[in-house]
Design a protein around this ligand. Structure first.
Ligand SMILES: NC(=O)c1ccc[n+]([C@@H]2O[C@H](COP(=O)([O-])OP(=O)(O)OC[C@H]3O[C@@H](n4cnc5c(N)ncnc54)[C@H](OP(=O)(O)O)[C@@H]3O)[C@@H](O)[C@H]2O)c1
Length: 245
């Protein structure tokens, strides 16, 4: 069977790394991000890398209608889903004292509300994907953060959203793993992408996790049998005490 995956935030960074690996493995892909031009260019690259079909859908994950369009585009083209990669996320630093409710709402919308909507909307396709591939089942992989596990000053809102994501996936496993749909939240420290560039004066890129580290971990998770449930994985940076972003 042709496997298919839906990947949010697939145009740059970790999402692009995962999308490229899945394209090389022959997955068909539905990809989304806000910048439509960049997404089209990435779609062409992914086709060249081996994806039989790539469906690019530009959307803002803070917009419920946008998330619905992404789900609809996948369902229009594919009858199953082998993997749902909940990767799009926003992160702004700021103490609790100075965080605005506007920032809180936007962070929760992209980092938590959209994943809930994507999981709900994709579940029928994921169950069908699991039934069609009993050796692998269907997988949900979400990019949480180490700050969702070990809270850190200055990352309160981001950390709270990422902690909620871990809880959400644990519940998903409780409800759906018997149907062959299993989920993992990956919680890394700083990864060398655009998102972490703001912290380069304190943490240089060579001390960060590499995008490929997250890609390798995701690849391994997608190859597990549906009998194995891995609710969360913490990936710390070497040279730290393991409890810091
Ligand atoms: N980098 C790190 O240090 C780190 C550490 C731990 C966890 N994470 C998590 O890993 C995930 C990926 O991070 P990254 O470092 O790869 O980020 P990135 O390099 O900034 O890329 C983010 C991707 O998400 C898309 N995106 C951003 N906001 C969006 C929105 N509102 N709606 C739709 N798409 C949106 C971006 O495209 P557009 O801008 O075109 O929309 C881009 O494709 C995030 O969930 C992040 O929280 C990152």
């Amino acid at each position: 069977m042709t496997k298919s995956a839906l990947i949010s935030g697939a145009s740059r960074g970790i999402g692009l790394g995962i999308a490229t690996r899945l394209a090389q493995q022959g997955y068909s892909l539905t990809i989304t991000a806000r910048d439509a031009d960049r997404l089209e260019a990435v779609a062409a690259e992914l086709r060249a890398a081996g994806a039989p079909e790539v469906v690019p859908v530009a959307a803002d994950m803070a917009d419920e209608d946008g998330v619905a369009r992404v789900l609809g585009a996948h369902a229009d083209r594919f009858t199953t889903m082998s993997a749902l990669i909940l990767n799009a996320g926003v992160g702004t630093a700021g103490t609790l004292a100075e965080s605005s409710m506007r920032r809180f709402d936007k962070t929760i919308a992209v980092n938590l509300r959209a994943p809930i909507q994507l999981i709900q909307g994709a579940l029928p396709l994921l169950r069908a994907g699991a039934a069609a591939d009993p050796d692998r089942g269907a997988k949900v992989v979400a990019l949480s953060s180490i700050t969702g596990v070990y809270a850190e000053a200055g990352l309160a809102v981001y950390g709270a959203a990422k902690a909620a994501l871990i809880s959400l996936l644990t519940t998903l496993n409780a409800e759906e793993s018997a149907n062959g749909v299993t989920a993992t939240a990956i919680a890394p420290g700083y990864v060398d992408t655009d998102m972490s560039a703001w912290v380069h004066d304190q943490v240089p890129p060579h001390q960060m996790l590499a995008v490929n580290d997250i890609v390798e971990m995701t690849d391994a998770l997608l190859r597990l049998s549906p009998r194995a449930v891995v609710p969360s994985i913490i990936m710390s940076r070497a040279g730290t005490d393991g409890y810091r972003a």
